[in-house]
Design a protein around this ligand. Sequence first.
Ligand code: GLA
Length: 379
Amino acid sequence: MRETEQTAAQAYRETFGDQPELVASAPGRVNLIGEHTDYNGGFVLPCAIDRRIAVAVGAGGGGGFRTRLYSADFDETRHMDGKDSSWADYPRGVAWAMGEAGHEIGAFRAAFAGDVPLGSGLSSSAAIEAATALAFDAFFGLGIGRTDLAVICQRAENDYVGVASGIMDQYASLLCEAGAALLVDCRSLEASSVPLDLEAAGLSLVVCDTRVERGLADTGYNDRRATCERAASMLGVEELRDATEGDLDLLSGAEKKRARHVVSENARVLQAVRALENEDFDEFGRLMYASHASLRDDYEVSTPELDTFVEAAEEHGARGARLTGAGFGGCAIALVPEDKTAAFTNACEQAFEGRGFEKPAFYEFVPAAGADLAAGIEE
Ligand code: GLA
């Protein structure tokens, strides 16, 4: 078992005085390219990271309000009933969405533990949803497929927690494979793994957490979605996925800029997949930089901190770099020659200091496995 899975199992034993029956865990993600395309019916290319949230589940609990959920990270117990804007809303939302989809969730008890950085845009919420969904599926013998579980998790996030988001994060957490990125067609919901052997290419995936609160993220995100819908309806297409470069001339102002990003970004994702298939990381990196410029200039979701990181990355030898996730703060990624990562992060830190920004945090991740059930539960 992974460390987080052991921690969840141990937390279960300590809280409920009993052995859990199963442990499931699911990863956070970074998106390599394909930003703000998922809710436009377009393409995304995320990979799972080696940071996970685990849940240990067992029988008992009585069901309903009496069902207890324990979080080792927050060291607190909450009940299944009610909604309180805490971490517990995610498992509650998954149980609710499963009920809506016609699946019966009986009595259970659960303990959670994880190491996905919270609130940084690395999809800790999708990780807890995916881990819970997979655990319920196994524990109650529901037989739901991975893609349907992802849709249930998105429903939990959209309609129970109340955060508008596309399907990318839940798909990444449930369907990614180790050593690979995941190409998702967010219209057909078809997904396929694309090999991503960074080690063979001598590259490290460096993540910079700018530590900028994504305070306006919800408003900004909803505003971008609304503008895209307006642009699509002006063009008479169902979604911006259907728009072409030529259509852009029919638009103006914000609609034109947002649509230009979506149209060009969808094309970049498909080019990026071809680059990976050819192990052409120069081309892949070029597409990452182009994606960032488009998010900065056309989609206008970057921040001075994210831009500073990407500029420093370009200056200090990264093959590619871009903001990842929704933007408005949060994280950026870079592909850096593995023998240069220490010098690279130092240089980025200095760039931040020079501009009076808060000290960023750096992580190095490897493309990891999606959600799974832990093998043996030992004392
Ligand atoms: C957030 C959402 C995703 C996606 C990205 C932007 O992470 O949860 O669905 O829209 O923003 O690409």
